[in-house]
Design a protein around this ligand. Sequence first.
Ligand SMILES: C[S@@+](CC[C@H](N)C(=O)[O-])C[C@H]1O[C@@H](n2cnc3c(N)ncnc32)[C@H](O)[C@@H]1O
Length: 170
Amino acid sequence: MNGHPGGEENTRRMLALAELPEGARLLDLGAGAGETLALLRGLGFRAEGLDLSPRSPLVDKGDLLHTPYPDGSFDGVLSQCAFFASGDVPGALREAHRLLRPGGKLLLSDVFFQAPEALLNGAGFSLLRAENMTAAWREYILEALWREDVPCCTIPRGRCGYWLLIGERR
Ligand SMILES: C[S@@+](CC[C@H](N)C(=O)[O-])C[C@H]1O[C@@H](n2cnc3c(N)ncnc32)[C@H](O)[C@@H]1O
């Protein structure tokens, strides 16, 4: 089972919406087992990824809240199901903002407790697109529980939604 709802289709949807040029330099924050990273490289992007507990030699070990890259290093920062798992969504957004060049794209699919527009605006991004994937995410969680797969992050409690968000760094 993939580490995020929608699997590869979700990644391809984000890429289509973000309209990143071939060869763009991308970073996957919380890259896990490296499936998305392999896909990005296969599509011609210069992609890197890091995770606290990498599950592939493709993925570097590191904390997405404190990465070693200089300011403005990336044309795109992508993250699937890892900002919420980090326990500090505002901190993750601050780091993504630092890593992106002005005009760079933020590609997220994750659990959020705040309305997407206010959340991204407050973090220095313009919201280009928001797609509500809460129904697909609920099915994903139920399927994981049914298979007795333990999702690799805590299941949130309370009124939240699962969103695909595309932002642009102001
Ligand atoms: C639900 S998994 C998603 C993995 C991958 N993005 C995917 O979609 O398959 C969440 C990932 O976030 C990583 N993670 C959680 N907190 C992190 C942090 N502070 N820095 C880097 N990775 C973190 C976990 O180790 C885990 O691999």
